[in-house]
Design a binder for this molecule. Structure first.
Ligand SMILES: [Zn+2]
Length: 169
């Protein structure tokens, strides 16, 4: 079972213990989450303490994960971008010059490329991570941020650790 703790990040400090196994920590692993409220975007970053072993596990990328991130994401993005550009130009009904069609097509192609690349590298590639990597990376998750009171909700996979933190904050 996981457990959530609400903290003010500006005042919050992790104890120097690994968030996965609670042994003394030696490194920090950065986790990040972006929240958008109306016009404002909040990029929440938290450095969570980890022992050497779990830091390595969190940072380690399996070879499949690397291939998906680098090649599949870029290749898929390029193909989708080109396809979007071709479809747009072929179905163009307005009477505009070819330059304008190509220009708008290129912008749309780039947008589609960026979207497909981001989805594959951010969401698909991590699915191929090793079990230990997933466990370490997901030990702490940012699940909510409220700009009104600047409270960030951290979800801990390790319930025991969450309870210790709750007592100290
Ligand atoms: Zn550890």
């Amino acid at each position: 079972m996981s457990k959530s703790v609400d903290v003010k990040l500006a005042q919050f400090k992790f104890p120097s213990m690994c968030v996965v196994c609670m042994s003394p920590s030696s490194k920090y692993f950065g986790i990040e989450q972006v929240y958008t409220y109306g016009q404002k975007t909040y990029r929440m970053k938290v450095d969570v303490p980890m022992c050497e072993k779990h830091y390595q596990a969190a940072s380690f990328k399996s070879s499949v994960e690397k291939v998906v991130e680098k090649h599949v994401a870029v290749g898929g993005g390029i193909l989708a971008g080109i396809a979007a550009m071709i479809v747009l130009i072929l179905r163009w009904t307005g009477d505009n010059s070819l330059i304008i069609k190509l220009f708008i097509g290129a912008i749309m192609g780039l947008g589609v490329f960026a979207m497909v690349w981001w989805v594959i590298s951010a969401f698909i590639a991590p699915l191929f991570a090793k079990r230990e990597s997933k466990e370490a990376r997901n030990a702490v998750k940012i699940t909510r941020y409220s700009p009104m009171d600047q409270i960030t909700r951290l979800e801990f996979a390790n319930e025991q650790l969450a309870e210790i933190l709750q007592k100290t904050t």
